[in-house]
Ligand binder design. Sequence first.
Ligand SMILES: C[S@@+](CC[C@H](N)C(=O)[O-])C[C@H]1O[C@@H](n2cnc3c(N)ncnc32)[C@H](O)[C@@H]1O
Length: 227
Amino acid sequence: MSSQTGTLPAEGVRAMFDRIAPVYDAMNRVMTVGLDGRWRRETAAAVVSPGDRVLDACCGTGDLALASLRAGGIVTGLDFSERMLERARRKSGEIEWVQGDALALPFEDDSFDAATVGFGVRNLEDLDRGLAELARVLRPDGRLGVLEITRPKGLLAPFYSVWFGAIVPVLGKLLPGGSAYTYLPASVKRFPGPEDLARFLREAGFSDVRYRLFAGGIVALHTGVAA
Ligand SMILES: C[S@@+](CC[C@H](N)C(=O)[O-])C[C@H]1O[C@@H](n2cnc3c(N)ncnc32)[C@H](O)[C@@H]1O
C-alpha cells in the first residue's frame, strides 16, 4: 500500500514527529479526553502474558510499551523519531528503547512472543511491509495487537469529521509546536476502515484476526496470531 500520509514520505513523517514530540502526550490526553490510557491497557491485556518478550513498534513517547511492561512483558520499544524516544526513555529504564525503522526491523526472525503498534500503522509508508516485518519477528503463534484510529459508521461519523477535521487542528495550534497536528485529519481520512485493516492482517499471514471498537467506533483494536 502506498503512503498513508499522502504527501509525506517516511523522512517527512519522522521529522514531523520530532517536531510534535514536546506536545504529543498532552495532545493525546486532550484528543481522547483521557481515554487513551484505558485503550492501551486493553491492548496490552489482549496480547501480552507475563514473561513475554514484547515489541512495541512505532512506540513514540512509550505509553503503550509501558502498558505492556505493567502487564508483565519484557519490552522493547522501537521508533525512528529520536525526539519521541527521548521522552520515552525518561519514562522507563526497564524498557529497551531502540531507534529504528518499522519497515526494516533490526531483530532476528521469531524474536518476540507479542507485538503491539499504537496509532502507528496509519503512519507507515508501506503498511504491507510493516505487517510483514511484524509477522517475521513474531514467533509462530505470537500475538499482534494494533490500536488505531478508524472511521466510524452511523451516528458518530459527522462528529468524527468535525472532531478530527476542525477541532483537533485548532487544539494543536493552541499548543506550542502543535501546528503539525493538521497532519492528523489527512492521515485518518486515508486510513482503511476496520474491516479493511482486518483483511490486510489476514493477507499478511495473521490468523484468528478480530477487532473491537472503542469510543463508539472511533478507535479499533485489531488482534491476530502469527503463523
Ligand atoms: C502517532 S505516533 C504513536 C506513538 C505511540 N505508539 C502511541 O501510542 O502514542 C506514531 C509514531 O510512529 C512512528 N513511526 C512512523 N513510521 C515509522 C517507521 N517507519 N519506523 C519507526 N517508527 C515510525 C513515529 O515516529 C511516531 O512516533
